[in-house]
Design a binder for this molecule. Structure first.
Ligand code: NAG
Ligand code: NAG
Ligand code: NAG
Length: 361
């Protein structure tokens, strides 16, 4: 399936340049960073809970890697005052008590054992302990306003059960694996996300310098509901243009939201040895959902910014250095933790994936 991505290329290239740094010298706070809030969120914990899809269930069906505020719990009802509950966050901006989570990547050895693939720090965010990079973007024209998420807001992108492209092409576009075979390369800095350098499925060959994947969330809201039964239908992508910040929102979802992007990077370097790869030529990566394709990549968002902090940042079209927001160092962010409520082996060589999901491709 070939998607027309050309129309999104400029915006994607901007995000990508900042996100990746690639072959050129990386200048912290340099021009490519000025247009979006980009920050690190270290690991909070990795456990089988999912406050959005299976609230209260511990353990939930599959393992998640979770970052953000320490109000995290298996159940977080929309009425919960997260900023009253939380005392710290693993993210850079200390008023952001949101929780962000995705599936976990495992490597399957040809002998049948599984090993969790560790996460790695992003360019310019050195020192981050696991976790992900989070972006919030307001339109680049710096004229169009976005409305920050309301308390209780949450949403989901992707579906852990997908083993083929999502029926929603916008959602599908979000899944773009980039296999780094040189430091942050060889894809040039401005190569578009989801373009010829990326794959929609797990890489078929080793990625000595890491493997990156994205989640681009929808940017249009129905203006009423902070959630919906499928956790998706209260939000939508623009009718035209990109899943970024261009294009009009559909009349059903007229309220323009900040663009949220997650960037997850795994350090695959311990799994390059082809003598560990399957003998039948298949690739060895599998998500904690049992997905051996990559199409089941999904991301969950649970809004938890304090007061109007996010709105203020978006109104100023804040970049990485956002005077509107209170900040902590990555070392301070790393100190925020929350003990897992579900404790089971997730590291070392394992005989099965946590929760033992059915493996399928
Ligand atoms: C949530 O808690 C914060 C901090 O205690 C407080 O300032 C805020 O007013 C509360 N919000 C609501 C909606 O009760
Ligand atoms: C598979 O290989 C790994 C790495 O050598 C080893 O630690 C693990 O015990 C092996 N698993 C089985 C089932 O032999
Ligand atoms: C990646 O993992 C290897 C061990 O396999 C380690 O030596 C290296 O420092 C890690 N790189 C980063 C950027 O975390």
């Amino acid at each position: 399936m070939k998607l027309r991505l050309a129309q999104w290329a400029p915006v994607l290239a901007a995000v990508n340049a900042a996100a990746q740094g690639s072959t050129g010298p990386y200048i912290p706070g340099g021009p490519s960073f000025k247009d979006f809030l980009r920050f690190s969120c270290s690991e909070l914990n990795i456990q089988r809970i999912d406050p959005l899809v299976t609230p209260g269930l511990a353990p939930s069906p599959h393992l998640h890697q979770i970052v953000g505020g320490n109000a995290l719990a298996p159940r977080m009802d929309p009425a919960l005052n997260i900023s009253a509950e939380a005392t710290c966050t693993t993210c850079t901006f200390t008023e952001d008590f949101s929780n962000y989570w995705t599936a976990v990547l495992f490597f399957r050895h040809r002998n049948g054992s599984f090993h969790r693939v560790p996460l790695m720090e992003n360019l310019g965010l050195e020192g981050q302990r696991g976790g992900m990079t989070v972006y919030y973007t307001a339109p680049y024209d710096k004229k169009t306003k976005v409305i920050a998420f309301k308390p209780g807001f949450r949403m989901l992108i992707g579906d852990p059960m997908y083993r083929e492209p999502s029926p929603d092409p916008n959602e599908f576009k979000s899944i773009a694996f980039r296999c780094f075979t040189t430091p942050w390369g060889p894809a040039p800095a401005n190569s578009e996300i989801g373009g010829s350098w990326d794959t929609r499925t797990f890489p078929e060959t080793p990625c000595p310098y890491g493997l990156r994947v994205n989640n681009f969330f929808p940017t249009c809201w129905d203006g009423v509901n902070v959630d919906s039964p499928d956790h998706k239908s209260h939000v939508a992508y623009p009718t035209t243009g990109s899943f970024e910040t261009e294009g009009a929102c559909p009349s059903t979802h007229p309220v323009r939201l900040p663009q949220i992007l997650y960037e997850t990077i795994w350090n695959t370097s311990a799994f390059n040895d082809l003598s560990m790869w399957p003998t039948d030529g298949t690739q060895p990566f599998v998500f904690s959902t049992g997905d051996e394709t990559g199409y089941g990549w999904h991301g969950d968002y649970l809004f938890g910014w304090q007061g109007d902090a996010l709105q203020r940042a978006m109104d100023k079209y804040c970049g990485v250095d956002c005077p509107e927001l209170k900040k902590q160092t990555i070392a301070e962010a790393n100190k925020c933790t929350k003990a897992a409520v579900v404790n089971e082996p997730i590291d070392g060589w394992l005989g099965s994936l946590p929760g033992n999901p059915v493996l399928s491709r």
